[in-house]
Each structure stands twice: as C-alpha cells, then as structure tokens.
Ligand binder design. Structure first.
Ligand SMILES: Cc1cc2nc3c(=O)[nH]c(=O)nc-3n(C[C@H](O)[C@H](O)[C@H](O)COP(=O)(O)OP(=O)(O)OC[C@H]3O[C@@H](n4cnc5c(N)ncnc54)[C@H](O)[C@@H]3O)c2cc1C
Length: 487
C-alpha cells in the first residue's frame, strides 16, 4: 500500500476510499477495519487537522451505532462522560476499610422548554445517567474536533490523509477515480453552519476557494462520500445526472443570531430568573399561544444560557427569509432579531436583553439542509455506480434535534455491514452486487432519516408526550435489528 518512499500511493486501487474525515467518514473507516477490510484510505480537504467545529451531543441511538461499529471507539468517546459521573472525591482512598463514604449525588440538570408565560412545555435531562436509566444508553457531549481526534487515533496514522481536497470523480471500468488537489486555502463554507462566524452571509455557495496545487488521483473499487453538507461528490454526481437543483444544500427556512452579553443588569437577570430560568442554566423559550399572525413564528425560539458573573449567551432561531440579511449591517441584523421577537409577541424582557448585544460581537448563520424527500416526492439519490453518500452529504439537517452526527453513525453502522458482506462474497467486481447493497442501505436508512428530518423541523411545537414518544422509538432500537430491519 505504501510506495517505495513509504508514503501513501495514489497508484494503489483501494477497496474503499472514504472522502471526508469528519465523524461519519472516520466511523466508517473504523467499522470497515473492525470487519477485516484494511485496504482503505480516508482523505480530507483540511490542510491540517485543527480545532474547528461545535459541540455535538451524542444520544443513545448514535452511541449504540458507534458501539456496533467498534466498541473501542464507543468506550473512548463516552469515557469523559462516565468519568464525570464519579464525584471527584469518590476516588480518594478512605482512611478505614470499614468506612463507607457516602458519595455526594451529582446534580441533575434539566433543559427546559418554556412558553412565554414561563410554564415548562417540555424538558429533558442533560446528564449521561438519566438517559442511561431511561434508554439503556447515555448521552455524551463532545466537541466535533475531539470526536475527530479520538476516532482518528484508533486508525493507523497513514490511513487518514489531510490536505487532499476532492475536486472531481470519474467512474472508470471497475473502479472510481477521485481527483484531488492540495494546499487549498479553505474560506468559510457558507453551508457548514457550525462555524458561526461574524459577517458570514455569503449565500453564493461558491466553492472556488483557491487554486490549490499538486493534483493527484486516487483509485478505489468503492467510494464512500462523507464530505459533509456541501459535498463535492454529491455535486459532481448530481450535475452529471441533470439534478443541479439538488446538488447544493437548500435553505431550511431558519437562521440564527447568537451572542454573549456580559454584565447584564441585575434587574434583567432577576426577572429572567424569577419567571424563566428558575435556577436552571439553560432554557429555550417559545410562544405556543397560537395567537400569532404568521404561523411560522410559532417555530421561533430563543435559547438562553446563564453564565457566571451575570453573563448570558443566547441563540435565536427564527424563520427569516433567505435574503433577509443580504447587504445588511450587523446592527440591522440584530434589529431584525429583536423585531422577530416582537412579532412573535415575546415579552419585552427578551427584547431588552437581546438589545444589549454588541453588534460587533454578533454571529449569524443561515441553516441549510439536503432533504431526503422533496415536496414533489422526489428523492435525491444517494448512490451512483460505485459511489455512496453517507452522513451530512446524504441528508444534512439543521441541528435542532441533535441528530446529524447520530444519524451519520447509524449510516456508518449499516454501510460497513453491507460492504463487509460484499467483500466476504468477493463482490467488489460485481456491479449488480454493489447496486444491491447500496439499494439495501437506502431502503433501511431513507425512511428513517425522513422521519428525523421532519421531526427536526416540527418538534419545537411538540408537547412532552409527543417528544417522549418519538424519543422512545428513536432510542430504544437495538443492534443488529437496526441494520437488518432498519428499526
Ligand atoms: C451548531 C450545530 C450543532 C450540532 N449539534 C449536533 C448534536 O448535538 N448532535 C449531532 O448528532 N449532530 C449535531 N450537529 C450536526 C453534526 O455536526 C453533523 O451532522 C456531523 O458533523 C456530520 O458529520 P459528517 O462526517 O457527515 O460531515 P462533517 O462533520 O461535515 O465532515 C465532513 C468532512 O469532510 C471534509 N470535506 C469536505 N469537503 C471535502 C472535499 N471536497 N474533499 C475532501 N474532504 C472534504 C471536511 O473537511 C470534513 O472534515 C450539529 C451541527 C451544528 C451546526
């Protein structure tokens, strides 16, 4: 696999080439290696792996998928959460063997959704143990970068190559050619909504980021496209199929404004605490009164995080139109946020709070998605020939239900199972066999993802019972039936 200089050789024909070293691409690589498939390579466009990305909540369904993919990955990812379950002094040796130390109970945190009257409309716990007690599997918060680092650490270093940006693919006889370039200076990806930078309202979708250098081609029997929401592979495949309209992500109808406000006056903190926070650190407020002129305003919500020293971070999700912020200053964007709160009839305490934001520190972002089913009942395809889309490349969605990475792990669990079977049956050269496993993957994953995408857009309106019922279905599924039956 290595050439005479000991480096990865583009001349090699890999069994599986994975494009994208995000959580889903790496989980796929791990799962394949666990199943004895070692002639694989993961490439990523980033010039070097660096601290980027947001926090990701891994929920029982995603953790179960990860456990099925590879138990070492699962153990490593949940390790910090499990450690945090141990109160710090529980590890101290006790003075006497007879002495039983009473462990202080860890505080249970609830994330409440409140209506504008301050009533809790639903809530869920944020700690590992409460989820574990309910679903037999916990909840772990991890940063995207730590997820990437941990998963990469479980792969041989030469199997994950940075600085290879896929720019094109060609299907050749019995294999796929992936063309890459190096040393590209990647500017802000307008669709990768996790980098909420200031002044980032470029919606042109331009990917002409830089010239790059050192073009190289890689060859593989199968290509797993895990290159995220703005997938190059999806664009090439869709352009070739005349599906240009679906090649780029679509606007979800939602945008977000966020900031941190320091030194919030005591009077505002007190009012917020008395009526809404009531001792909790994090809440989401929405108006479920049904008295709104525009029905979409029901979907507006304001997340507040109370921080030490009278600081408050907020994230306002609102149904702004795609071009609402085009050519607008940060002050105007902030004003549009406070106006949206007024339109949704939020009490003045919230407009007062948001009005304290320093526009220079405001972040704002449009949320995009790649739907699995469109209004005309068209299903943008996930595969072509020897290429399959997984994770956000196949079905990106806004993060409202914390399911993007979790669903991506489910994809990885299913696809590694089918690819392993294909290889066991020497099917890499049989186009029918490949088409067959891709079809099965899609049959299992697409209907479920459709439910998740729908829930992502609607669940803000759900009351506790509907929320609990949905989570019951989502988190109780076990392996291997998720892979064999899709449920
Ligand atoms: C604010 C926010 C919060 C979120 N919270 C959660 C959460 O709590 N729980 C959850 O499950 N999900 C969450 N998500 C979603 C989650 O981050 C994504 O679903 C997940 O990262 C998708 O993984 P992926 O591997 O498919 O794609 P990505 O994570 O986008 O990784 C794609 C990789 O491909 C590389 N790449 C892209 N193009 C190319 C190319 N042309 N050539 C080579 N490499 C390329 C990129 O550099 C990247 O490393 C959140 C998202 C956001 C925005």
């Amino acid at each position: 696999m290595k050439d005479e200089n000991g480096s990865i050789s583009p001349r090699q024909v890999y069994d599986v080439l994975i494009v994208g070293a995000g959580p889903v691409g790496l989980a796929t690589a791990l799962g394949l290696r666990k199943r004895g498939i070692t002639n694989i390579l993961v490439i990523d466009q980033t010039r070097e792996f660096r601290k980027v990305g947001q926090g990701v909540d891994l929920l029982p369904n995603g953790l179960r998928a990860l456990k099925y993919i590879g138990s070492d990955a699962y153990e490593k990812i949940k390790e910090p959460a499990v450690k945090a379950l141990q109160p710090p002094d529980s590890q101290e040796p006790s003075n006497s063997p007879d002495e039983v130390k009473e462990k202080p109970a860890l505080p249970k945190r609830l994330w409440r959704q409140k209506n504008i009257q301050g009533d809790t409309t639903r809530s869920f716990p944020t700690d590992f143990q409460s989820w574990f007690d309910r679903y037999g599997e916990g909840r772990v918060s991890v940063s995207w970068f730590d997820l990437q680092t941990t998963l990469t650490s479980l792969l041989p270093p030469d199997r994950v190559q940075a600085n290879h940006r896929c720019i094109n693919l060609e299907e050749e006889a019995g294999r796929v050619r992936i063309d890459t370039i190096s040393n590209t200076a990647t500017s802000t990806n307008p669709f990768a909504h996790w980098e909420m930078r200031q002044s980032n309202v470029d919606t042109s979708g331009s990917t002409q980021e830089s010239q790059g250098s050192d073009p190289e081609s890689y060859y593989a029997k199968l290509v797993v496209a895990a290159d995220g929401i703005n997938s190059t592979i999806r664009q090439v495949l869709y352009d070739n199929k005349g599906l240009k309209e679906w090649a780029k992500p679509h606007y979800s109808g939602f945008s977000a404004i966020s900031s941190r406000i320091d030194n919030v006056p005591n009077s505002i903190i007190e009012e917020l605490d008395n009526k809404y926070l009531q001792g909790e650190r994090i809440i989401t407020v929405h108006n479920n009164s049904g008295q709104l002129n525009l029905p979409e305003l029901k979907l507006l919500r304001l997340m507040l995080i109370y921080l030490p020293d009278n600081s408050v971070s907020y994230l306002l999700y609102a149904p702004f139109s795609l071009n609402a912020w085009q050519n607008k200053s940060l002050t105007e964007i902030l004003d549009s946020g406070t106006q949206a709160l007024r339109n949704a009839k939020f009490p003045t305490i919230f407009t007062e709070l948001i009005g304290l934001s320093n526009p220079e520190k405001l972040s704002h972002r449009l949320f995009y998605m790649h739907p699995v089913n469109t209004q005309n009942n068209f299903q943008p395809p996930w595969s072509h020939g020897r290429v399959i889309l997984v994770g956000d490349a196949a079905h990106a969605m806004p993060p409202f239900m914390a399911q993007g990475a979790n669903q991506g792990f489910e994809d990885a669990a299913v696809i590694v199972t089918f690819i392993a079977k294909l290889l066991q049956e020497n099917g890499l050269d049989k186009e029918n066999a490949i088409a067959n496993i891709f079809e099965k993957y899609e049959k299992i994953r697409r209907p479920f993802i459709e439910k998740i995408q729908t829930a992502t857009m609607e669940s803000n309106q759900w009351a506790q019972q509907q929320w609990d019922d949905f989570n019951e279905i989502l988190h109780r599924r076990v392996y291997p039936s998720v892979v064999t039956l899709g449920e």
